[in-house]
Design a protein around this ligand. Structure first.
Ligand code: PMP
Length: 286
């Protein structure tokens, strides 16, 4: 089926959607994005994503393409037109183009480019991957210093995922100055003696929308949470580990750098958090 996508005010078949070759998203990765999951045909944590999008745009002095209400309407219309029951909406805003390539930003008033498309992902909630758990390798974190801004500069995370695949694993956690920063496309956690440990927010990691929800839900469920720096060795000798992201929710981790965690199956805290998160996400989706 041909998807209907959104490009700068128009709903078009994906084969007819076009962006200029001079667009700064294409030439310079001068663009930010958001991924909002869909369950039961509804958007999960739309406002969290809208607020973070605004923050990313502000940090890069990029203009807002439209209001929150217009964004919500576009999301809903694409979900509807493409019949998405479980899946996601990808949104990208780039600084646009003034018709040439230049390091200097285009003149004020140059409209940003706004592109959205859907991906259908049946089995997103009842995921076989989550029942099995993920195997992780660790790699050096050589990304730039503003990982709190959700830019489309995803080459290194993409290479990290490929390094994991080549090692027969599912994903990679990145390490900087001896401490785990985050996964290639998720935030990272381990659990020891019932306590959940994750890195505190800073410019070093993306401020995950799922992280925020999961930490709140963990505290509400009387689980102990500690936000501090941690090493890969601590995670390797943990009772369990997991990651969070909008597109995979809570994903249990069962192996790190060849070391099996617990009995090699998803741990009870990760499984419980996944359940609580999906339950709450369904209830609050719009
Ligand atoms: N860190 C990185 C590097 C990511 O790419 C993502 C997913 N976009 C996350 C963390 C998780 O953020 P969220 O829960 O908002 O998807």
């Amino acid at each position: 089926m041909t998807r209907t996508v959104y490009v700068n005010g128009e709903y078009l078949p994906e084969t007819e959607a076009k962006v200029s070759i001079f667009d700064r998203g294409f030439l310079m990765a001068d663009a930010v994005y958001e991924v909002t999951s869909v369950l039961d045909g509804k958007l999960i944590d739309f406002d969290g994503h809208a607020v973070r999008l605004k923050r990313s745009l502000d940090e890069l002095e990029m203009a807002e393409p439209c209001s929150r209400e217009e964004l919500l309407e576009i999301h809903r219309k694409l979900v509807d037109l493409n019949g998405i029951v479980e899946g996601l909406v990808y949104l990208q805003v780039s600084r646009g183009s003034d018709g040439d390539r230049d390091f200097v930003f285009p003149a004020a008033g140059t409209p940003p480019s706004l592109v959205l498309f859907t991906q259908s992902k049946p089995g997103l909630a009842d995921s076989p991957a989550a029942r099995k758990g993920a195997k992780i390798i660790s790699i050096e974190d050589i990304r730039w210093g503003r990982r709190d801004i959700k830019t489309v500069q995803l080459l290194y995370p993409s290479m990290g995922k490929m390094m994991a695949k080549k090692a027969g694993c599912d994903d990679a956690w990145m390490i900087e100055d001896g401490y785990v920063t985050e996964g290639t496309s998720n935030n990272a956690y381990f659990v020891k003696n019932g306590k959940i440990v994750t890195r505190p927010l800073s410019n070093d990691i993306l401020h995950g929308i799922t992280r925020k929800a999961v930490l709140r839900l963990a505290q509400e469920a009387q689980m102990e949470v500690e936000e501090r720096l941690f090493t890969i060795d601590e995670a390797k000798s943990a009772d369990e580990a997991f990651t969070t992201s909008a597109s995979a929710f809570v994903m249990p981790v069962v192996e790190i750098d060849g070391a099996t965690l617990g009995d090699g199956t998803p741990g009870p805290i990760a499984r419980r958090l996944r359940e609580i998160y999906i339950d709450e996400a369904r209830k609050t989706a719009i």
